[in-house]
Structure formats: C-alpha cells, structure tokens
Write a protein that binds this ligand. Structure first.
Ligand SMILES: Cc1ncc(COP(=O)(O)O)c(C=O)c1O
Length: 511
C-alpha cells in the first residue's frame, strides 16, 4: 500500500487552514493546528509519510520557514516523527500534548464525559484541559450514552454469580453464548425481523461486526457503497480494506425539510459502480438522524437484489427513537435466497459503549463464512460480558424508555440554547439518535473545531463524516450531556464562533 501523501493531497485536506484560524494566530500555529486536527479526527491517517517542507510550502503558497516551524511544533507534540533516510511520518502522540493534562475542575455533573486523563482522541493539538481557572473540558466529539449505573451493577452481579456454571467449558464460542443469541434473536423478531438464534453472532460491538463482514466479503479494490455523510467508522473500514468508497449523498425531502435517501441515486450507484457491499444506517442515520420510510426500504432491497449488492444495515441506533417508533428493520424486506442483508446492532447505544457487546444477523451460510474469518482474529467474545448483556437485554425496554425521555428533553434543550445563542445556524429536529447535524451557513467547521478546543470543547468536524473533505459547512452536536453541560458548551461555542469573526449572512424571511 502506498502510504506517501502527496503535497497536493495534503494541501486539499488543508483547504481553508489559514483563514480558519483567524488573524490572531500565527501561520505556523494555524498550519500545525489544522494538521493536528486532521490527525486527531482521522482524516489524516497515522503512519503516513508527509510531503517534504519544500513540497508542502509550494503547494500551499507559503514560505518554507512556515512549514518547517509547523512541522517542528508537530514533532514536539508527537504528531510527527522523523525517520532517518525516509522522511517525516505522522504519529499518534503517546501522551496528551502540552496543555491537555487532567482536568483541574470537577466535572459539571456525573454525565459529563471526561476521560481518565481528560484527553479525547479527537482533541486537536494543544487543546487546553482547563480554562479560566479550571473549567472542565466538554467532550462533544462522541455521541454516546451514559451508563445506567444501577442496571449495570445488578447485571454484573448476576453475571458473576452465574459465571461458575460456565467455567467447566473452554469458554470459546465464536458465535457467542446461546442464551444471549436467543435473547437477541427474540428482540429482532419482536421488531419485525424474524430471526432464530443460529443466524446470530455476538461480537465486540457493532463496529467489530462491520469489520468482520468487510473482511469476509470485501477484497482490495472492491467498491463499498456508503451514505454521504455517514458514520466515520464506515469510511475507515473502507480504507483499511483498501476498498473504494462509493458515497451517495443524503438529500433533503422538500416537503418535510428532513434528510432522506435519494433512491434513484442509490440505484444508479449500485448499477454503475457495482459495489460488493452497501453500508446503510436507516434508523437515525449518523449524523443526519434520518429515518428511511418503509417504501424506500422495500425499494432499496429490490435494487440491491437487481444489482447483486450485499447490504449491511447498521441498526445500532434504531431503538433510540424519541418521537415516533421506527418501521421494522430493513432486513424484514429481504426474501429468502435474495441478496444477503446483514443486520448489525449492539448495546453501545442503548446501554453503554464500554460493555463492547454487539451482534450481527446474517443468513446461515454467510454466518459460517464470517465465523471462519473470525476464528483467526479475536476468536470469541468474553463470557462474563455476554452474561452481563443477557441481564441487560432482558431489561432493555425499561432502560431504553428511560433514556428516551431524558434524551428528548436534552435534544429540545440544546436546540433552544442554540437558537438563542447562535440563531444564524440551521438546527434540525431529528426524531431520534443522539445528535444534531447543524448547518453553520458557511464552510468553517474545521476552523470552529480548532477554535472550540481553545475554549475547552472537543468536537468532530463535518468532513470527518464524509469522503473527499465534504461537509465543511456542517457540525455534529451530540445532545447526550446534561442541560447544564449543554448550556456551558453552547456558551463556549458561541465564544469560539465569535473568535472566528465569521461574517454571517443576514437571514431574510420571504413571505
Ligand atoms: C452508526 C454507528 N455504528 C456503529 C457504531 C459503533 O458501535 P459499537 O460501539 O457497538 O462498536 C457507532 C458508534 O458511534 C455508530 O454511531
């Protein structure tokens, strides 16, 4: 694989780096900051050889000294390393960069996500951990729920009590514990997708399921259809599999103003690009929050069948509807013997990501191939975690219902706070999921992410959710934090936005 990044390619990724930082920031700091952001949010891969200082200076139209100083800064922070005789390479800082140590201030409340060191993998370089005498860093880079403490503790205690009965076996089962597979199959069946336990594999999270499917079905050079924008993990998987992503743009339904799928574009991409696999998030699409209608589900399955495209339907957010229940899973429209539809899911979005329990449902023959591919990988899922998951799946209705009410309130709260503080932003009203896909009105998402880091807010920029640097005008804002934390985040975001000096177009109402 060619891991050398040309100067032109890096310059394209860096588009807007100078203007984004504002006049108060030196050119070298602005350049270093943008490269660190690209690395932190995954748009620039670790282990890539970057262009020489001279090549990049020419591509950016700046003096070589500026690039040299920026590279030097990045080396000091651990984002770049020089290898003798083979140039300069991107790296992952072993320790948080200067200024991002543990928080001095206490978290705003129990739900504020601050990692053990307060360091977020998305934190751009030099992101200060405390501001103004000890403000905690607010992590809006991750859209994930808080753990239900009591339910987790109870399920863990029960699992521990049950563990001895499993200790007489080897504990290896590539498909997972029968009790959990049955519980998952029952839940999928109740949702309208008839499933038996022998069609289910338990995995270490939904993303692990996607990785296993990709490894089984996708060969280097194959094409994989994805939505644009989409969950960044899908883009990363394509890259890791050396597959070519075929992005199909999400569109706005003119009647409802809500995002949706362009069926003609999906069918055309399936016909013209002949992808091996299509990855779709049809319930509370990440990041737009879109929900696919039953008619479109039927048509997508039919188109995939016509063009021989296997589908992976990532249903890990489907249970998180806030206003109206979603239609049955897309897999329910797949007929026996037709194109394979693989449904993935897990407990990361309904209960807690730290549990690392996910699953996939696939036709039995395909499941056997996936199991064979897994046998040389992680082999099987930890038994204790699966036992905990059995207890949680039994209580899932109750747990999800409680989260729904809290999340609906927080969604409305964040929308209200944004409408007051940043009225020029276009803020949607998704019917589920965890985040708002906000239209900033101007392509300044990466610049805002960098500025927000200086105010102690960590975010993922719009282009992280797309191929080719698209969606600079959009920002994903999760509403999973407490109302107090969201208020604080919005106040800081408004400050960060102000610091960019964006000339906002005046909103006019046409009557
Ligand atoms: C759409 C989507 N799929 C998959 C995942 C990863 O899920 P898991 O934690 O179960 O691997 C996420 C997490 O953010 C997600 O948003």
């Amino acid at each position: 694989m060619d891991d050398h990044l040309g100067a032109g390619s890096l310059a394209r990724l860096l588009r807007g780096w100078r203007e984004g930082a504002g006049p108060a920031v030196s050119a070298q700091a602005a350049l270093a900051g943008r490269i660190a952001t690209l690395l932190s949010d995954g748009r620039l891969a670790v282990g890539t050889r970057v262009p020489s200082e001279r090549e990049l200076a020419v591509a950016l139209g700046v003096g070589r000294g500026t690039v040299a100083a920026a590279y030097q800064e990045l080396r000091e922070d651990g984002y770049l390393v020089r290898r003798r005789g083979s140039g300069t390479w991107t790296a992952s800082p072993a320790t948080p960069p200067a200024g991002s140590g543990p928080p001095n201030g206490a978290p705003l409340d129990g739900t504020l996500h601050v990692g053990p060191t307060g360091y977020s993998p998305f934190a751009p370089m030099g992101a200060p951990q405390t501001q103004d005498g000890g403000r905690a860093v607010i992590d809006l880079a991750h859209a994930a729920p808080w753990a239900p403490m009591e339910a987790m503790s109870e399920a863990a205690a029960r699992a521990l009590a049950e563990l001895p009965t499993h200790l007489t076996s080897t504990g290896y089962d590539v498909l997972g514990l029968p009790a959990l597979r049955e519980a998952v199959a029952a839940r999928l069946t109740a949702q309208g997708l008839r499933t038996s336990a022998d069609e289910v594999m338990i995995t270490a999270g939904a993303q692990h399921a996607h990785s296993l499917v990709t490894r089984t079905l996708v060969r280097p050079g194959d094409r994989v259809l994805i939505e644009q924008p989409t969950y960044p993990g899908a883009i990363d998987l394509c890259r890791h599999a050396s597959a070519r992503a075929v992005p199909v743009a999400m569109v706005e339904d003119p009647a409802s103003g809500r995002p949706g799928w362009d069926l003609d574009a999906l069918s055309a991409a399936m016909r013209a690009a002949t992808p091996t696999l299509g990855y779709l998030v049809v319930d509370h699409q990440n990041p737009t929050g879109a929900v696919m209608s039953p008619e479109t589900r039927a048509a997508v399955v039919a188109a995939a069948g016509r063009h021989g495209v296997a589908l992976v339907v990532d249903d890990c957010l489907r249970e998180m509807w806030l206003d109206t229940p979603v239609p049955p899973p897309l897999g329910a429209w797949a007929g026996a013997g037709g194109t394979p539809v693989i449904t993935t899911g897990g407990l990361s979005k309904t209960v807690w990501g730290g549990l690392r329990i996910g699953w996939l449902r696939a036709p039995r023959t395909l499941l056997r191939r996936i199991a064979a591919a897994r046998a040389s990988d992680d082999i099987s899922t930890p038994v204790l975690e699966q036992l905990v998951a059995v207890g949680l799946v039994e209580r899932l209705d109750e747990l999800v219902e409680a989260s729904r009410q809290t999340l609906a309130h927080r969604r409305d709260h964040l929308r209200g706070a944004l409408a007051r503080a940043l009225p020029e932003w276009r803020v949607p009203n998704p019917s589920g999921g965890f985040s708002l896909w906000v239209d900033l009105g101007v392509p300044r998402s990466s610049a805002l992410v960098e500025a927000a880091a200086r105010f102690g807010v960590h975010l993922a920029a719009g282009p992280r959710f797309a191929t080719g640097g698209a969606f600079e005008q959009y920002l994903r804002l999760p509403y999973t934090l407490s109302p107090d934390a969201l208020d604080d985040a919005v106040a800081r975001l408004a400050e960060a936005w102000d610091s960019l000096g964006v000339d906002t177009p005046t909103l006019t109402t046409v009557v």
